[in-house]
Design a protein around this ligand. Sequence first.
Ligand SMILES: C[S@@+](CC[C@H](N)C(=O)[O-])C[C@H]1O[C@@H](n2cnc3c(N)ncnc32)[C@H](O)[C@@H]1O
Length: 449
Amino acid sequence: MTMEPAILAIYDRPVPRYTSYPTAAQFDSSIGPEQHGGWLSELRGGEAALYLHIPFCRQLCWYCACHTMAMRREGTLDAYATALEREILLLAQAAPGFMVDSMQWGGGTPTQLGAGRLLAIGHLVDTVFDRRSNAEISMEADPRHCDEATVQAMAELGVTRVSFGVQDFDERVQQAINRVQSFETTLAALERVRGAGMTRVNVDLVYGLPSQTLETLARTLDLALALAPDRFAVFGYAHVPWMKPHQRLIPSETLPDATARSAMAALVSEKIVAGGYVRVGLDHYARPGDKLAQALAARRLQRNFQGYVADDSPWVVGVGASAISSLPAGFSQNIADPAEYMKAMERGGFATARGIAVSLEDRLRGDIISQLMCLYTADIGEACKKHGAEARAFLSTIDGLAPLIRDGLVSIDGDRLAVTDRGRPLVRSVCAAFDRYYTGIEGRHSRGI
Ligand SMILES: C[S@@+](CC[C@H](N)C(=O)[O-])C[C@H]1O[C@@H](n2cnc3c(N)ncnc32)[C@H](O)[C@@H]1O
């Protein structure tokens, strides 16, 4: 459904992506290595997802908003692998007996580390932690750098799911984002990983890119559907040049406006759903038999820094530069700069730079925001009961709710909220009503649609 201009005029404002609540914008330096170590000890004997961040790529794509840099120097890659191993050993001391529920190698491009280093790190993880026998092990990959040797290393690491970055197949768009990658190259990489037994494959696309039009996007979607992945992640382009200066290479005037973005978002979901996929949350699509679609159907879907996940445990332990941990007591994030992260690991302690302790009220609001982001409904009564609050009194403090109801984005039945079809593309704005830290200040977050 395309949004009406009057609604867009109100709600096309910067809003968080709500991969956590409180969001990373609220993290500060009051949380450091000592808190992180203490918080980890609460996981003792419990379960959590393990996230390993590799902040390196062969070359930089101009659209990229992730914590990564172009890096090919063997010495730096060695030093980074050593730093990851140090952090894994520290983690094993701080949270002995913790069970790995699922494992994700993210980036950047993890394979940029090279097969030998990846295998050594994977081996160390297996030595110091127990892992569930059915744990998903996923890895992000760049189809342009996914040769036979790389695929063999992934298979040896026990990778069960590969996420390939595609973004767009149109040549003009690819030039404009410095990510030139043919359909044939992408197909060959998919076939290589499938041939090696890694049959679960995800494809990432982005709408709202420079020079993209509805016509070029429709062609990209047709080609992407022909790849027949198990899942798609289709993100709205986040243009945040104040945080990622290389994005200045993409002039703002070449970006589609709010109306065009809204039409693109609608086209993406129409075509992918017509292609036989279930829409999962705001930006994911999965085949009906895929774990993510099943988690949605069972209302077990979760959202974290990796996006929508079907994990059982709500906790995530992040390892590597910029990695964020989501722990029972709060969120903690490592130093983002890889050189500084490596120095901190050499000094021998955790590299935590910032974070936030989560209060009971944060948990209540976070629970509601997560329900809205995952299921487009929220049972405020249940959430309040779980967190020791009174639903009527709590709802009366949510000033932002009345305009959302007035604008037809949300309906309310007793204590149950439902985001309407019209409100779905703006679900992040609905969540913002429950975010007690949200100020709407321009420049912090990407656009609302
Ligand atoms: C960390 S990147 C990994 C990409 C992978 N290493 C590759 O080279 O294909 C994960 C995904 O984040 C998404 N992404 C990165 N920057 C983005 C931005 N500015 N706006 C929206 N999505 C973005 C892209 O879809 C990308 O595939």
